[in-house]
Write a protein that binds this ligand. Structure first.
Ligand SMILES: [Zn+2]
Length: 126
């Protein structure tokens, strides 16, 4: 073995942050909080950064103070990404399917009024 000496390699940048990985960042504080809850509900340890810095950013570039969501354990990162992407995909088309309160018909998420009787979609209840 005359080639490759691992001792001479510079430290990998990942070593600085340990096993933690950033899974999501957004200027939407509520979304980051919601995703954190979603991950914790799935037994993924996560850490939110910059959660309370919005509004006090001063001279920082805006993206520097966005709330960030980090996964504490490296091995849970893929699962976390899956959950986040799944949630964002469903959020993109307006949430989940709903039932008309007036006539009971089923409507897909992207409709804001009942296709059958025209009643307005009820606000989501959280
Ligand atoms: Zn209806």
């Amino acid at each position: 073995m005359i080639h490759g000496n691992p001792v001479d390699r510079p430290p990998r940048p990942e070593a600085v942050t340990g096993a933690m990985k950033k899974v999501y960042s957004s200027d939407n504080y509520f979304l980051v909080g919601h995703l954190r809850q979603l991950l914790e509900n799935n037994h993924i340890k996560c850490i939110a950064k910059n959660e309370f810095l919005l509004g006090g950013a001063g001279e920082l570039p805006p993206t520097e103070c966005w709330p960030e969501l980090w996964v504490a354990e490296d091995f849970q990162y893929d699962k976390a990404r899956e959950l986040v992407e799944g949630f964002l995909a469903s959020a993109d088309n307006g949430g989940s399917p709903w039932h008309c309160p007036a006539c009971g018909e089923h409507s897909e998420a992207q409709f804001t009024a009942c296709w059958s009787c025209g009643a307005e979609r009820p606000l989501p209840i959280d």
